[in-house]
Design a protein around this ligand. Structure first.
Ligand SMILES: C[S@@+](CC[C@H](N)C(=O)[O-])C[C@H]1O[C@@H](n2cnc3c(N)ncnc32)[C@H](O)[C@@H]1O
Length: 357
């Protein structure tokens, strides 16, 4: 079928500003996605970086068009780690009306070194347009890989307008469309499983053979299950019981105790390659437990914890908690992932020790 050509274009905006002829193009708009309840925190952290950054409008709940005075490249290069922006892409092409695949591809900045791509569309999705774009890219010898793309052509269609931008997958902050992972799980012990799966994927965590993990606040056992599936030997600690499906697992031992009691009674000779903590607890109390757990972490070991946010707690409290953690850890990353509700997930490395990465 012949591709529909552009018949109506009320507004087609050159969204980039060319600096010199054939030189660098600066893109001044991005589309960000956040947890709806955290949109103001996301704006806060962007404006802490540059007070000139402002929202242009809402495309949907938790999806905002943002103006960047300094441009997208500068944001990628200079901005401090962002916690609440779950996903973002640069706006390199914008059109209203009907849009042809060829126009979109001519308008976006496809990386020269190409490789595996994925086309991701949200809002008023158009499967026909997605297919035409995929076909056109495959004809140019790019390889479609929706799971592990190197770069992504992101599209957002809203009220007749289409926003598009091509960017490296890592710069989007998630390989998933809009930062929304879809994990297929047959036999959930708890919804929290997805939280750890997403954290391990986002932070690139894979255990070495025979690695040992300590799971603090383990019940009913979703995180322990994910750790076991990843190959860890797991010590699960919680005053609450684990799900029966985990009973008798040969690589799991369960300790019925609070984390504080467990750590106080434990011989420091017992060392773990990973400590995870999803305890339902005030964030500063949870931080104190993690400081006590640090001596049990092997050199090069990693820790993953959730910091639970009480009502009204945001960036300032999180930064205070991170500063406390820095007494014993290097903070690798802090993110409000898709599966986090009123909490953020923190990646920590043991501070001292020769093998700490
Ligand atoms: C959100 S649930 C953990 C869910 C778990 N990650 C999973 O995937 O199934 C929080 C857990 O923290 C535990 N908890 C709260 N205070 C604790 C403490 N002081 N020591 C150990 N566990 C604690 C609770 O008993 C509860 O099981």
């Amino acid at each position: 079928m012949m591709e529909r050509r552009l018949t109506l274009r009320l507004r087609r905006v050159a969204v980039g500003r060319l600096r010199g002829v054939g030189m660098e193009t600066v893109y001044h708009k991005i589309i960000i996605t956040t947890r709806p309840e955290s949109a103001s925190f996301a704006m806060g952290e962007l404006q802490n970086y540059d007070r000139g950054i402002r929202p242009v409008g809402d495309l949907a709940v938790g999806v905002k068009e943002i103006y960047l005075p300094g441009g997208y490249g500068k944001l990628l290069a200079d901005a401090p780690p962002l916690i609440f922006v779950r996903h973002m892409f640069p706006v390199q092409y914008f059109a209203v009306g009907e849009y042809a695949a060829a126009d979109i591809l001519a308008g976006v900045a496809i990386p020269d070194d190409g490789g595996a791509f994925s086309v991701q569309m949200r809002g008023d999705t158009d499967p026909g347009l997605i297919r035409r774009l995929e076909n056109a890219l495959e004809e140019r010898n790019y390889v479609r890989d929706d799971r592990y793309p190197r770069w992504v052509l992101s599209l957002y269609a809203h009220e007749g307008g289409l926003y598009a931008g091509a960017s490296r997958c890592g710069d989007n902050r998630s390989a998933w469309n809009g930062g929304t992972p879809r994990y297929k799980r047959a036999d959930f012990i708890s919804r929290a499983e997805c939280k750890l799966m997403e954290a391990m994927e986002t932070f690139g965590l894979r255990p070495r053979p025979h690695a040992r993990a300590l799971d603090l606040g383990a019940a009913p056992g979703g995180w322990s299950k994910v750790l076991l599936e990843a190959g860890f030997h797991v010590t699960a600690v919680d005053p609450g019981a684990l799900d029966k499906r985990l009973a008798h697992h040969p690589r799991l031992s369960y300790v019925c105790a609070t984390a504080q009691r467990f750590l106080a009674a434990r011989d420091k000779a017992e060392i773990f390659d990973a400590v995870v903590n999803d305890m339902k607890m005030d964030m500063y109390d949870s931080v104190r437990v993690m400081l006590d757990a640090a001596p049990f972490l092997a050199p090069g070991g990693v820790a993953v914890m959730t910091l639970k946010l009480a009502k009204g707690q945001g960036l300032r409290k999180i930064n205070k908690a991170l500063a406390l953690l820095e007494k014993k850890y290097r903070v690798g990353d802090t993110r409000q992932l898709f599966h986090n509700r009123d909490e953020v997930t923190v990646l920590l490395y043991r501070l001292s020790g020769p093998a700490a990465p």
